[in-house]
Design a protein around this ligand. Structure first.
Ligand code: SAH
Length: 346
């Protein structure tokens, strides 16, 4: 076997130059070797179960202007919406009936969602469904804000670091955003006690194997509970409209490496992966992922939450999304479970 692959499987760690070499030396055969080891590692901990997260896209109003993102404030073609708290609660209740025991509230950085509004909302979800984990994915906030939301009952927070390389971060974001603040947020979230998710896009403009190697080393040392990765996909009204999309093959390869870095990781096969390849989510699971995130948003807003073009499942009802994924997972030998889906120890 490739010596780097063998050492990664055995020690769960490589140096940055070694991660880079592993990425640059990707072949179909090596990808299969890593996928086999990753699946073995995930099965030892999670068997063939796949956790689900019901994603509620609460607002596409955003004060930020990330160059890659379709809901950036500079996009005047974006048809803006915001769900009312009652609509969000209705989605969470519908999700509960369908078997979701985690809801993810995701959105742009919309000033309407103050700590007061969010704490009420989290409190109401928890009161209605004490057995549901609440995950937030609402961008950068102050430490005090993260603390207030945690005290209100939020369990997890997803904040992709986007890239662990400062110069690359600056190439993907406007100058008023900062790498240091993104990293400060992740550290604060962890210190407060959230189960934290970080992550990055695969094939984002300007990304090199060196950048990806730095992302892997960052994840190895930061030790998040979750890692969200998915291919970058251009959105037609952004400065990156004409950049190529990331590939499913490289994304799956990195999923296998992440599983081997930390066999206990919660690792979604994302909607973006299913968008670049019709079998992307299946391929992600077969590469070592163990989570899927079907859409629970009201059907009429799904097309408006257009982070990237051609997003799948924007016409489907929530029940169809869960049913479809259940069939897809069963077809490859895996099962969706009704469970909060917390990280398991080894
Ligand atoms: N505002 C929140 C949620 C962002 S949307 C936050 O800042 O965390 C969730 C993720 O979608 C982002 O972190 C980014 O990695 C991803 N994303 C944004 N635009 C994308 C694109 N064009 N292609 C693929 N993924 C994209």
């Amino acid at each position: 076997m490739n010596t780097l692959a063998e050492r990664l499987i055995r020690t769960h760690s490589l140096t940055v130059p070694e991660y880079r070499a592993l990425i640059e030396k990707r072949t179909d055969a090596l990808a299969q070797t890593l996928a086999d080891a990753a699946v073995k590692a995930r099965k030892a901990i999670y068997g063939t179960t796949v956790f689900t997260r019901g994603l509620i896209e609460i607002s596409n109003i955003c004060k930020n202007d990330c160059l890659y993102c379709g809901i950036r404030r500079g996009n005047t073609h974006c048809d803006r919406y915001r769900l009312a708290p009652e609509e969000i609660l209705a989605c969470a209740a519908a999700g509960y009936e369908l078997g979701f025991r985690t809801v993810v509230l995701q959105g742009g950085e919309d000033p309407f969602f103050t700590d007061g509004v969010l704490c009420d909302l989290i409190g109401q979800i928890k009161a209605m469904h004490p057995d549901v984990a609440v995950t937030l994915s609402l961008g950068e906030r102050s430490r005090q804000s993260y603390q207030a939301l945690f005290d209100a009952g939020a369990d997890r927070y997803l904040l992709r670091h986007e890239t662990a390389n400062r110069a690359h971060y600056e190439a993907l974001h406007p100058k008023e955003m900062s790498y240091d603040n993104r990293m400060r947020c992740l550290r604060d979230l962890k210190a407060i006690g959230y189960q934290v998710g970080c992550g990055f896009m695969v094939g984002s403009p300007g990304q090199t194997a060196q950048h990806l190697a730095e992302d892997l080393k960052f994840i190895e040392t930061f030790r998040p509970a979750m890692v969200g990765i998915g291919p970058f996909i251009p959105q037609k009204d952004t400065p990156f409209a004409n950049e190529p999309a990331g590939t499913a093959a490289l994304t799956c390869y990195l999923l296998s490496i992440l599983r081997l870095i930390d066999p206990t990781l919660l690792l979604p096969a994302t909607t973006a992966l299913g968008t670049v390849d019709p079998m992307g989510r299946e391929k992600g699971i077969l590469a070592g992922a163990n989570v899927v995130m079907p859409n629970l948003s009201p059907v009429d807003v799904r097309k408006k939450y257009a982070l990237y073009d051609n997003k799948i499942c924007t016409g489907e009802e929530s029940a169809q999304c869960r049913g479809c994924l259940q069939r897809r997972m069963e077809a490859i030998g895996y099962t969706l479970v009704i469970d909060r889906g917390d990280r398991k120890d080894k």
